[in-house]
Design a protein around this ligand. Structure first.
Ligand SMILES: Nc1ncnc2c1ncn2[C@@H]1O[C@H](COP(=O)(O)OP(=O)(O)OP(=O)(O)O)[C@@H](O)[C@H]1O
Ligand SMILES: [Mg+2]
Length: 282
């Protein structure tokens, strides 16, 4: 496959904002929050594309009740001559206006999606969108890291469970080492859940002064995912929906602040090679 010259020509002034939703543990609410955040942002009458970056077991299509015709796997076949116009043909339109780039149908196809492909696809999407939200696969695997490194804002979702908090802390420390800590916004999901650890303890535990709190509402959350109607569309008066609207506002205003800040050079590669050298005792 021809994957050279993957860097498209981009008018930097028109570049949209990329938000990666990720977590150190699975099942914490990344998909629920990605979908509802994307729909909230689209209510501002702006162009929003949601990328299912959980390339093995992505479920954004189900969460939005989309019978997707195309996925990122189809994009790969066109990659050498892909531009923003041909890429638009592979997006699936949700009734909210959000466009969705679905994950491959089969988990084994995830291996076909390389960092170069991810970079090219997202660069092209950023030309035509105000926001590109990515529901990222769990942890710090190479594909997730490609997405995280590329993002303007990184949402790290956690809950009140000890194991999640321990891993979230490690993830935040790693992002700090990689020089990406200032792009991070911690979100404490299910913050009103009964738990030994209180939501108010989390800032101290994680060393994060201003997390965003999303309340626990299992009925609304599970209905949103299972029926495939995002709760911000049909349950706008619930506390959980209000919290997501507020999060969308907060992320938009953060954008204004970071908009003209120059991007730091890629240090992930340096970090990896340093880690590899240390492991090999070089
Ligand atoms: N704020 C919330 N209140 C109650 N339940 C929630 C909340 N957020 C998520 N859930 C529930 O948690 C479960 C996991 O949510 P979701 O699938 O969005 O997590 P995920 O991080 O995308 O998981 P995975 O790592 O498998 O992709 C779902 O059953 C969902 O209904
Ligand atoms: Mg998910």
């Amino acid at each position: 496959m021809e994957v050279n010259n993957l860097q498209p020509e981009i008018n930097k002034a028109k570049r949209g904002e990329m938000i990666a939703v990720c977590s150190a543990k699975g099942g914490v609410g990344k998909t629920l929050l990605s979908v509802n955040l994307a729909v909230s942002l689209s209510k501002k009458n702006i162009q929003v594309t949601l990328v299912d970056g959980d390339f093995q077991f992505g479920d954004v299509s189900i969460a939005m009740d989309l019978h997707t015709t195309f996925s990122i796997k189809d994009v790969i076949e066109e990659i050498s001559h892909l531009d923003q116009f041909s890429l638009a043909n592979f997006l699936n339109r949700h009734e909210s206006g959000v466009k969705v780039l679905a994950a491959p149908e089969r988990p084994e196809h995830a291996d076909l999606i390389t960092p170069a492909i991810i970079n090219k696809v997202i660069d092209l999407l950023l030309i035509q969108n105000d926001y590109v939200v990515v529901d990222t696969g769990v942890g710090l695997q190479d594909k997730s890291l490609t997405i995280i490194e590329k993002a303007d804002q990184i949402i790290v979702v956690t809950n009140l469970e000890m194991t999640t908090l321990k891993n979230t802390k490690l993830m935040l420390e790693t992002l700090d080492i990689l020089g990406m800590r200032d792009k991070v916004q911690v979100v404490i999901n299910r913050s009103t859940m009964e738990s030994v650890i209180e939501a108010t303890d989390v800032p101290d535990i994680l060393g994060e002064e201003n997390p965003i709190y999303i309340p626990n509402d299992f009925q609304t959350a599970s209905q949103s995912l299972n029926i495939g109607v995002p709760f911000v569309s049909n349950q706008g008066k619930t506390e959980i929906a209000k919290a997501v609207y507020k999060m969308a506002e907060q992320l938009s205003s953060r954008r204004e602040i970071t908009m003209f800040k120059p991007k730091s050079p890629s240090i992930f590669t340096k970090f990896l090679s340093k880690a590899k050298r240390t492991k090999e005792g070089i």
